[in-house]
Design a protein around this ligand. Structure first.
Ligand SMILES: Cc1cc2nc3c(=O)[nH]c(=O)nc-3n(C[C@H](O)[C@H](O)[C@H](O)COP(=O)(O)O)c2cc1C
Ligand SMILES: CC(C)CC(=O)C(=O)O
Length: 369
């Protein structure tokens, strides 16, 4: 019998949501709300999950698949698993070791972590703890010198790519945070921003996080700024927050070397289409010109399989590994990822897919069950 992050009892962590239960028990209610909530009426948050629930599989039989290979090739690197950790701000809100625990857990499976610009540990400490490659996520900030400084630090510390989040000209109204007047206290807050990291308190009906974003994020950014960002670095630049074929085209035309199809986990435009729906139009438009990543609502291995079959090159995981982090630090992250990998391997076997290259649109049925 195995024990898991859920305690000394025989393992009951049979699905990632089991880690959410323990995470919620460990976190302050306002932090739990920040982690799990979305914007507005949380329609897009729910839609991301529903889209995966609705798709059905068309498995193949008698393919002789005993040991599926879950690896993918990206930017001339072999990833042993087709998923990475999505950028999630301020991991110290969830666990005292913060991003250091996250990258240790991810590193155990060789999974890339996309370190958030708003990390609560230094880029260098995170790098020192990492057992797998790291990428750095940036927001468009009014202070461009801050962006170039972070790019230089990421390059010197050996980060492998930049992910520029482009779906947050303004932070959407997240009603749970507004009700809670949610503030990230400095001890859990961003540590890589110098004086730009100063805390902004929320006023009446305002969240501190949203007030901070309003002050520092740049709503005037355009595709030209993407060209500028590319000119500052030798690292691949990947645009996060693409939801349409048109923007996927524009991203590539303006120099993006990859795109992340994402509605920010239902935290930005409430009513935006689900990430899985958007993935289909983006992969059709790009036809393999640059790697396509997707995030939003991926909770189990079969969701990863569906995303790859719909044309993603790899999947990013946001809340699921963060439940593990909150539940049990490094070990919890590792266990969540191991669970998703085990589910993926089982689903690949049952679909008769020996490699990730065997996962294509033929596997998917979009009509009713
Ligand atoms: C608590 C929280 C904080 C986040 N912080 C960031 C961030 O700093 N930068 C960013 O680009 N995305 C951020 N995201 C969005 C994630 O990168 C990702 O797009 C989303 O969580 C994917 O959906 P999922 O949680 O359903 O997997 C955050 C998401 C959550 C839940
Ligand atoms: C602190 C925020 C800017 C990060 C966040 O909540 C998000 O990106 O969804």
């Amino acid at each position: 019998m195995t024990t898991s992050a859920l305690g000394q009892e025989p393992s009951v962590a049979l699905r990632t949501e089991d880690f959410a239960v323990l995470a919620q028990a460990r976190l302050e209610p306002a932090v739990w709300d920040f982690l799990s909530g979305g914007s507005g009426a949380e329609r897009t948050l729910a839609g991301n999950l529903r889209a995966f629930d609705a798709v059905r599989l068309r498995p193949r039989i008698l393919t002789g698949t005993a040991e599926p290979d879950t690896g993918v090739e990206l930017f001339a690197h072999r990833w042993p698993v087709p998923f990475a950790i999505a950028p999630v701000a301020c991991n110290r809100l969830l666990h005292p070791e913060g991003e250091v625990a996250t990258v240790r857990g991810a590193g155990a499976l060789g999974a890339v972590t996309i370190v958030p610009m708003l990390a609560s540990r230094t880029l260098e400490d995170i790098r020192a703890a990492a057992g797998a490659p790291l990428w750095l996520q940036l927001f468009w900030t009014r202070d461009r010198a801050l962006m170039t400084e972070l790019v230089e630090r990421a390059e010197s510390a050996g980060y492998g790519a930049l992910v520029i989040t482009s779906d947050m000209p303004v932070m959407a109204r997240r009603l749970r945070d507004l009700r809670n007047r949610f503030v990230i206290e400095p001890e859990f807050g961003p540590v890589n921003l110098g004086s730009a990291g100063v805390q902004v308190r929320g006023g009446e009906g305002e969240s501190g996080v949203r007030a901070h974003a309003a002050k520092t994020f740049d709503p005037t950014a355009t595709w030209r700024d993407l060209e500028w960002l590319r000119s500052t670095t030798r690292l691949p630049v990947i645009v996060k927050g693409v939801l349409t074929d048109r923007d996927a085209e524009l991203a590539v035309r303006h120099g993006a070397q990859g795109v992340v199809v994402s509605n920010h986990g239902g935290r930005q435009l409430d009513g935006a289409q689900s990430s899985l729906t958007a993935l289909r139009e983006v992969t059709r438009a790009l036809g393999g010109r640059v790697p396509v990543f997707v995030d939003g609502g991926v909770r189990r291995g079969v969701d990863v399989l569906v995303a790859l079959a719909a044309g993603a090159d790899a999947v990013l995981l946001g809340r699921a590994p963060m439940w593990g982090l909150a539940a049990a630090g490094e070990r919890g992250v590792r266990e969540v990822l191991a669970l998703i990998l085990e589910e993926l391997r089982e689903a690949m076997r049952l679909c008769g897919a020996a490699t990730t290259a065997d996962l294509g649109p033929d596997l998917l049925s979009w009509s009713a069950p």
